[in-house]
Design a protein around this ligand. Structure first.
Ligand SMILES: [Zn+2]
Length: 443
């Protein structure tokens, strides 16, 4: 069926004044102002109330943390004490908790206009060995695209790392499971719903062998690599003390300086390191809200992009944001970017591009993230009907500056998954009730 989404109020795409045509889940035609589709459409959707964006792509999250938002043990602390307060609470995570948390986070993201999400699940207490399987099933049920990042930690307190022994695995178990889930779930083809990435957690929770072996596996199975890097100055001190290396040198030594890699945060780089990352094509996921909440610092997005590094956006885990809203992430990126670079340097178009095409590049994808012929029909449509938009002039700027946070419609692979601001395929209320009940077990 050819669906013409016509006459948008505004659209974040070149020459698409009269909209776009979707067929078999793919964008097949861009319709310029004053034109009609080259062949008749079977159906039409009137978008004259809608601002149309490419579906937003979230490149960093920890879904399980939706169960510990605004937790009194952790609020008002910087990263290391924050983590040390939460690890023992998180060690109680069971499969049913992760299932509910994944469904809730995916739904929350989708309602904000997100169509693809990467989750970084690195917590493996005994009994949660099938975390990836649980997340893949949740993504398939909700209908979102996902890069499920098989996270890992193998450097616990007994070996000089930060996490307690109860939440880590040994590297042979991690590598065997990484290979298992790559074989089972990783789909490198265009239009894939599920991809796997390998994601040793951070320099202070994994050893060098796990980093190197993960990079070798990624090469063999053609998947992306992800980790937290240069989030805080504490991390930099840890790397210098334990490895005698700065974090970027550690990345280089373990075979991670390539387009396969995208990093969460990427704050504390020096100018020379930014050049090296850009030349290697390493992507950086800017998590503005989390960085502000934990007072970690400000990502040098503009220098990174100028150096050639893909820049994407991420909401980060729900214990440090504490919301999973991609439009909010774009707004935060604009504001903190301006604080750093000045009022003209970071525009609403920049942050929308980072949250869509830039994020897609971080995930190694050129089949999503942009409204362009041949890409997947992943779209987010917003109305400007709420009081906060009343009186706004430039509709695209209004989304970011007035603070859009809920999409009216979301399409993924040509199928409407959000209609009238609510999930199209399921009832939100029972999911919310079950998730809230589960969260009480983490008080
Ligand atoms: Zn994180």
């Amino acid at each position: 069926m050819r669906l013409w989404i016509h006459d948008p109020l505004a659209i974040f795409a070149e020459g698409a004044g009269r909209g776009l045509v979707v067929e078999d889940g793919v964008i097949v035609e861009i319709v310029p102002a004053g034109a009609v589709p080259s062949r008749p459409a079977d159906a039409r959707f009137d978008a004259s109330r809608h601002v149309v964006l490419p579906g937003l792509v979230n490149t960093h999250h920890h879904f399980y943390q939706t169960l510990t938002r605004a937790h009194p043990e952790a609020i008002n602390k910087p990263l290391f004490p924050w983590l040390q307060a939460l690890y023992p609470i998180w060690s109680r995570l069971k499969p049913r908790h992760l299932e509910l948390a994944s469904r809730l986070a995916l739904t929350e993201l989708m309602l904000s206009g997100c169509t693809t999400a990467a989750d970084h699940h690195y917590l493996y207490p005994a009994g949660l060995e099938n975390a990836v399987d649980i997340q893949v099933e949740a993504a398939r049920d909700i209908g979102m695209r996902m890069t499920v990042s098989r996270g890992s930690m193998n450097l616990s307190q007994k070996d000089g790392g930060l996490p307690p022994d109860s939440v880590v695995q040994d590297e042979d178990a991690i590598l065997a499971d990484s290979e298992r889930v790559l074989k089972l779930f990783h789909d490198p083809r265009p239009g894939a719903q599920v991809r796997i990435a390998l994601a040793p957690c951070s320099p202070f929770s994994v050893n060098k062998r796990l980093m190197s072996e993960s990079a070798a596996l990624a090469e063999r199975y053609d998947c992306q690599l992800h980790t937290h890097l240069c989030e805080t100055e504490d991390e930099e001190r840890f790397c210098l003390e334990v490895y005698g290396l700065r974090p970027v040198d550690l990345l280089e030594e373990t075979g991670w300086m390539s387009k396969r890699t995208w990093l969460a945060h990427g704050i504390h780089f020096n100018a020379e390191e930014i050049g090296r990352l850009g030349r290697a094509g390493v992507g950086v996921c800017h998590c503005a809200a989390s960085n502000m909440v934990l007072a970690s610092g400000i990502c040098r997005t503009c220098e990174l992009e100028q150096a050639g590094a893909p820049v994407g956006l991420g909401v980060d885990g729900s214990a440090s944001n504490d919301a999973s809203n991609m439009m909010e992430a774009a707004r935060h990126a604009l504001m903190i970017g301006r604080l750093r670079y000045g009022a003209g340097a970071v525009t609403h178009l920049d942050v929308l591009r980072w949250g869509s095409e830039g994020s897609a590049r971080c995930l190694g994808r050129d089949d999503i993230g942009k409204i362009e012929v041949g890409r997947q029909a992943d779209l987010a449509l917003f109305t400007l009907d709420e009081p906060r938009f009343s009186g706004a002039h430039d509709p695209l700027a209004a989304l970011v500056l007035c603070g859009a946070h809920r999409a009216d419609r979301v399409m993924i692979g040509g199928r409407w998954r959000v209609i009238d601001g609510a999930p199209a395929d399921f009832d939100l209320a029972p999911l919310l009730a079950a998730h809230k009940a589960a969260a009480r077990e983490f008080a």
